[in-house]
Design a protein around this ligand. Sequence first.
Ligand code: SAM
Length: 297
Amino acid sequence: MWRLWLFGKNFIKIFEAGEDNLEMELWYTEKQTPNVGLTCTVKGTLFRCKTEYQEMAVLDTFQFGRMLVLDGMVQTTIADEFIYHEMIVHVPMCTHPSPKTVVVVGGGDGGTVREICKYPSVEKVILVEIDAQVVEASRRFFPEMSCCLDDPRVEIRIADGIEYIHSLQSFCDLIIVDSTEPVGPAVGLFDTPFYQAVFRALKDDGILVAQTESPFFNADLIRSVFPRVKTVFPSTYFYLAAIPTYPSGLWSFTMGSKKYNPREPEGTFIPQDTRYYWPGIHRSSFVLPKFVQELVE
Ligand code: SAM
């Protein structure tokens, strides 16, 4: 039996001596911490390139289907993308009574835009993705996620989300930060000046939602990001979802709101074609385990 292992960025090959046939298994490992990894068997690498901003790979895995990997970190997979995209979109969208203009920072795979487009109130969605090649790869390999990128309400801007948000004033109802981990061009998306610019870019009753990593492995990040949002917005909230391919499986979202309380959502439209989100999950996602509560106190 031959085994070929692909370790995150460093594609290391380990061969095991075979008996008498050349059957081969291909494994991919994301080293989520120096001591922990997510490993799965791979049918093949469909695409791999170095973009201006990051190293990108599209893998075809047995367990999760196609998988988008940026700089050795799993961004999304066909099997569990619905959890992340439904939770980053429907919690804030159902909190606001009638969101019309929404800006997505990052999110080049299109999954977040797909969920936003379900709302009849939405007139304009602006996707600000820094890396055009992520959008192109998603159109080619992830039609399930990129399917609404050509909706007439959607405008795609290939630009740095930080600069774009700084250019706006009282413009939108909701800003969703669907970013990579805080490395490279995403570092500034987790900082106070960006949240101040988000506050200015939102209308008087606007909402910010940002993905804020794993409470288990990224406690320090949450301990610093949550207070930053709290100093800028009158109300700040923290909620969770269980996402199998993300580090530790427990994922967090931070919300800053000028007016609406997500625990008493005001939306009249509730999407029905969801697989994770429903009003019960909306309410329960704000109920935090004690160790998570301590991170945001
Ligand atoms: N769901 C994913 C997660 O939590 O891992 C995020 C997926 S989405 C592919 C993240 C995108 O953010 C990437 O395509 C990356 O290019 C984009 N991005 C990173 N920094 C950015 C910035 N400053 N402005 C706009 N897009 C950015």
